[in-house]
Design a protein around this ligand. Structure first.
Ligand SMILES: [Zn+2]
Length: 147
């Protein structure tokens, strides 16, 4: 990847900067500059793997997205599984309290949306993790920083 020519520095750690980073993550933009996309556009992907894999880094500000193998494990465990589990529990409670479904129907109507949401939320989970990492440890994102 060619290095970007725009230097962008992380903001001070405030609630406003956390909200700004999260907002950028929700639209799948670089958490640092907020302009470049984190992932390939849907039309440019040929496989699920390409769709869920972030670019190497931001072409504009050079902020690295994928830093090391396993970097996004916490993103998957915390953000994706957390959101999917919350959805599943919410659906189960909804069916249990308001509908008279059998156990099989409850499992079906809970598991199918959970599996679908799990795939659909992968990109946002990774983007939110990137934003959280930038907010918690802003200097670690710099490629010139030896860590
Ligand atoms: Zn950027």
């Amino acid at each position: 990847m060619e290095a970007g020519n725009v230097r962008t520095l992380p903001e001070r750690r405030t609630l406003a900067s956390a909200a700004r980073y999260a907002e950028r993550a929700l639209v799948l933009r670089c958490p640092l500059c907020g302009i470049s996309p984190i992932f390939l556009a849907l039309a440019g992907t040929r496989s699920l793997y390409q769709w869920i894999t972030p670019l190497e880094g931001c072409p504009r500000c050079n902020y690295p997205y994928e830093r090391e193998p396993g970097y996004f494990l916490l993103a998957i465990f915390a953000f994706n599984y957390g959101a999917v589990l919350t959805l599943g529990l919410g659906l189960w409670a909804l069916y249990e309290w308001f509908l008279d479904l059998t156990v099989g129907e409850t499992l079906l109507w809970t598991m199918v949306p959970m599996a679908t949401a799990s795939v659909l939320l992968v990109r946002h989970s990774k983007a939110l993790f990137l934003a959280m990492d930038l907010w918690v440890d802003p200097l670690r994102g710099s490629r010139s920083d030896p860590k």
